[in-house]
Design a binder for this molecule. Sequence first.
Ligand SMILES: [Zn+2]
Length: 182
Amino acid sequence: MDANAKFTEWYAQERKKSGMRVTSKDQTLRGLWKTVDWILRRITFGKQDGFYTRFTTTLGRTVYFPDGWTIDKAQLYDCITLRHEGRHIQQNLAWGAGNIWLGTLLMGIFYLLFPLPIYFAWFRYKLEREAYRVSYYTAIELGLKPNLENYVELLTGPKYFWTWHSKKQVRAWFHKNCRYNT
Ligand SMILES: [Zn+2]
């Protein structure tokens, strides 16, 4: 499968659906992403050191791929990320009752802080597990083998600032909600 063709096709779909725009962290708002990267390295004791170079982030309707990324370099896993971030844009829109910036602001506050920023970040857990469920089905659609245990690690570890305290609960949710368990 041609990853780049797939990405272009799905990007057109997402653009139509929600007005998604893709760019990269070095091309747009570089200073902001560098600053967040610096903060994350410190508050996770160096355990999240890939925010700028490996992680993709969505703000409003714009998806910021990692440093140096361009559409012509898109791989199959970028197609999964595209759909995952598309889900976050839908969430932003839902939270703002159609107003993307209101939704981004409200969802952002709840995503980061409620009820606690760490271990019991219920909204971050809920919003990310929905998006990773999309990642799961997208991987299957692309003929890849998704790894539920990787999602469990992400949502309970430093990459997402220790979102949820119980691996057991996260694992149980994914096993229940992802039909083709691996
Ligand atoms: Zn996400």
